[in-house]
Ligand binder design. Structure first.
Ligand code: ATP
Ligand code: MG
Length: 453
């Protein structure tokens, strides 16, 4: 009887083979000509100096899939200090995981010493009560290193000594069936590092892989463990989720697995309460826009990303503050910004150098309604104008701002200076003619300065 892979790989022991399957060069498609020259330099140097050297992780995985890797991870038996001694352009970093960065201009090759996950040597490993690994500097062999990798497809080792690939966890099968499968017992692995849940969502979005049943099942229940992860790390992971060209599909994976509410609690609440669907439409449009920019190699900024994600929670909070305390619209909006950004920072530590301009940019959304006079004209020179204008276009696209207003601001930028002056000119008001009392009616709809609905 054939045992399905799903059943066969239930237990951790089944998953990591005692000896790896070694795939010789003719039997695989990973060609050195596709590997970054800098990664090769590092590998060859390590080898020449008598060390083992492999590419592992996303580099191998992506090359086998015909993609170009975002970065390269090299593993070696050389200790971090030995690696540093070999490369002039090398820096040791990290306390949690001590590793070497070898820098070539903008490219950084990460060089990591094999680690062991064996117990013992507890001096060099620290666990939180929850089982989360805090520090892990126990060096080991390649056979042990495999246990600290997350998914089977990330545990393929390309050996520079003979160009073979070592497969310890049937990762090649999972590449072929496009499956993300955690090595070992999923619950234990998520407890050790809850970020692995986000990595499952992110990599399945990026690669279009399915997540194996046992790997997916505990996520809903364990997602809450993300609250123990430092906000700085979740911020980094958020950027990987939303600024690597797969933001829109990352969002749907995060929602599908109940992870999004642990990253953006206020946004998740706005999404949950929204009956019209405009919040989701707006966020998706913003993320699609970011994805298009990444593909076109245009710059993207966390300022805009967080603005897209926090815009509705901020507005809703502003409305709440206003209805509770009265006060001006602007004051309520500023208070709401502080409240929501402050809360968001507790989960993902958005640096102030992004949150301050974000606030300015969001405030400008109100100012776009005023098209007359020098103050309105000066908006064009504002350092946040470009971003704020893009944001207005996005809102208009989703029915959250008046398309005519967006068109006006588009056109006014194309005018020659003189014409531009005229466009912003304050129209002289003629004296109102006297009307007969009977024809006066109250004006409906308020000031027109609220956010278009
Ligand atoms: P990409 O670089 O495309 O985002 P990646 O899988 O290479 O994906 P990296 O963050 O570059 O991700 O990590 C490199 C490798 O390190 C992974 O492939 C995996 O083997 C290992 N790794 C990274 N983060 C974790 C983690 N949280 N738990 C276990 N292993 C991890
Ligand atoms: Mg990588």
């Amino acid at each position: 009887m054939r045992v399905s892979a799903e059943t066969a790989l239930n237990t951790a022991e089944d998953q990591v083979l005692a000896a790896p399957v070694v795939i010789r060069r003719p039997q695989h498609t990973l060609s050195r000509s596709n590997v970054s020259g800098n990664a090769l330099k590092v590998l060859y140097r390590l080898k020449r100096c008598g060390h083992q050297a492999f590419i592992v992780g996303g580099g191998v995985r992506d090359l086998l899939l015909g993609l170009s890797p975002k970065d390269y991870d090299v593993v070696t038996d050389a200790r971090p200090e030995q690696v540093r001694a070999l490369f002039r352009n090398c820096r040791l970093i990290g306390r949690r995981f001590r590793l070497a960065h070898v820098r070539f201009g903008r490219e950084v090759i990460e060089v990591v010493t094999f680690r062991s996950s064996q117990s013992g040597a507890e001096d060099d490993r620290e666990h939180a009560d929850s089982g989360r690994i805090l520090r892990d500097n126990v060096y080991g062999t390649i056979d042990e290193d495999v246990w600290r990798r997350d998914f089977t497809v990330n545990a393929l080792y390309y050996n520079i000594a003979d160009f073979t690939i070592r497969d310890y966890a049937r990762g090649m099968d999972d590449i072929a069936s496009r499956t993300l499968r955690l090595i070992g017992d999923p619950e234990t692995r998520y407890r050790e590092d809850p970020v692995r849940m986000l990595r499952a969502a992110r990599l399945s979005a990026k690669l279009g892989f399915r997540i194996a049943k046992h790997t997916a099942r505990p996520i809903g229940e364990m997602a809450v463990l993300l609250q123990d992860v430092p906000a700085a790390r979740l911020y980094d992971e958020t950027l990987k989720l939303f600024q690597a060209g797969h933001a829109a599909s990352s969002l749907s994976r995060l929602q599908q697995f109940g992870l999004f509410e642990h990253l953006f609690p206020d946004t998740a609440r706005s999404l949950g309460a929204d009956k019209s669907g405009v919040v989701l439409k707006f966020i998706q449009a913003g993320l699609n826009n970011t994805d298009r920019r990444v593909k076109a190699e245009k710059p993207v900024t966390p300022m805009f990303l967080f603005a897209v994600l926090l815009w509705f929670p901020i507005r809703e909070t502003a409305e709440r503050i206003r209805s509770e305390d009265g006060g001006s619209e602007i004051e309520a909006f500023l208070d709401a910004c502080d409240e929501i950004v402050g809360e968001q920072r507790e989960t993902t530590a958005l640096p102030r150098r992004f949150s301050s301009p974000m606030k300015e940019m969001l405030l400008m959304q109100r100012r776009f309604h005023n098209r007359r006079g020098a103050r309105a004209r000066r908006l064009l020179q504002h350092r946040q104008f470009r971003a704020a204008y893009d944001f207005l276009l996005l809102r208009a696209e989703c029915g959250d701002a008046d398309p005519e207003l967006a068109r006006w601001w588009t056109e006014v930028q194309t005018l020659a200076p003189e014409e531009q002056h005229k466009a912003f000119a304050v129209k002289r008001r003629r004296r109102p003619r006297r009307r007969r009392r009977a024809s006066r009616r109250p004006v409906a709809g308020g000031s027109g300065h609220g956010q278009a609905g």
